[in-house]
Design a protein around this ligand. Structure first.
Ligand code: CO
Ligand code: ZN
Length: 342
């Protein structure tokens, strides 16, 4: 699994340019599913068929990563930029960025700058000797991502774009391990999550699922002077209660917690104060889709070095596989809101 994490996290895929990631995932998942297609915005949909009467379940992990976009090339060949998704400006100085063609640059800020939050005072140096030289190498509108290698620390691993390639890895593993399921499972690898959950909504509209589960990363509260959050690295995958985009539907949440208990699998309940996931888009599609989220606790989120614990990753795979092995049509039939048990 680590080898797959390395390959997927090192791929280039800022929001709107997820093709390389989609190709890797398609190659990996095709042998284990009945059908693979790409929707009109670029999301990859892999289908594992169950019985005709089985529930339609949509799993979603996003392929895109946060990045930068070039907005201006100055007279000396330095590049000004804007963000693609939630880039934390004070952390950018000294960071290397990677362009689609493999070109690399380094970020710095104006020395007289007093506001480290001001992206307008920052620039990318690609080693251009002049404006003309820079214009040969990049164009306005080119995208870039953080450039960092995957590192194996044993139980824990670091990489850029763990958000949300680790969710993609989890879904691929579930597709591999799910031998027979009464449910029709749609593994959706979405585009453009980081810029506002844009890819998941049209996918959910097309699929019209009975319920949805996003697989994404979440913060932790286990670092020095960290924010108060009851999630720690290595204590198991989390089952979301609420974030900035969704309140997990009790039926989906209970299905996940009941399954974890049956497996004796450690899990954590998650409330993420800010930020969202594809479940935010899925649950408000059509007449509404009951949705929940399984998350991988991740340290240093939205930095070039995001850290996960492989035991949490393995736990998420086991939890989702066991959940999907159940006959989820029962969940769909339970229309009464007062009966929340599965
Ligand atoms: Co993110
Ligand atoms: Zn994410």
């Amino acid at each position: 699994m680590k080898e797959l994490i390395k390959r997927l996290t090192e791929a280039y895929g800022p929001s709107g340019s997820e093709e390389d990631v989609a190709t890797l995932i398609r190659d990996e998942i095709t042998p284990y599913v009945d059908e693979v297609r790409t929707d009109k915005l670029g999301s990859l949909i892999a289908v594992k068929k169950g019985s005709n009467s089985g529930a339609k379940v949509m799993l979603a992990a996003h392929m895109d990563e946060i990045g930068l976009i070039i907005t201006y090339i100055d007279k000396d060949g330095f590049l000004r930029f804007s963000s693609v998704g939630g880039v934390f400006t004070p952390r950018l100085t000294g960071i290397r960025v990677l362009f689609a063609d493999g070109k690399i640059g380094v970020i710095n800020m104006e020395s007289r700058n007093s506001n480290i939050n001001d992206m307008n005072k920052m620039f990318i140096d690609i080693g251009a000797t002049s404006k003309e030289d820079a214009e040969q190498k990049v164009s306005i509108g080119d995208f870039a991502v953080f450039r960092q290698d995957f590192v194996d620390l044993g139980q824990r691993v670091i990489a850029k774009a763990m958000d949300d390639r680790i969710g993609c890895v989890v879904m691929i593993e579930v597709a591999k391990r799910l031998k027979s399921s009464p449910n029709n499972v749609y593994f959706v690898f979405t585009v453009q999550e980081e810029v506002g959950l844009r890819g998941a909504r049209p996918s959910a509209y097309t699929i019209d699922p009975d319920f949805g589960i996003a697989v994404d990363v979440t913060s932790t509260g286990d670092m020095p002077e960290a924010m108060t959050m009851a999630v720690s690295l290595g204590q198991g995958p989390t089952i979301k209660v609420k974030d900035g985009s969704v309140i997990a539907h009790p039926k989906v949440r209970n299905l996940l917690t009941e399954t974890a208990k049956e497996l004796n699998l450690p899990y954590q309940l998650e409330i993420l104060v800010s930020g969202g996931t594809d479940a935010g888009a899925i649950h408000t599609t059509r007449e509404g889709v009951p949705s929940g989220v399984v998350s991988i606790p991740t340290r240093h989120l939205h930095s070039p070095s995001e850290m996960v614990d492989v035991n949490d990753v393995e736990g998420a795979v086991q939890l989702l596989t066991a959940t999907l092995e159940k006959d989820c049509s029962r969940l769909v039939e339970q229309k009464a809101m007062d009966d929340l048990s599965f």
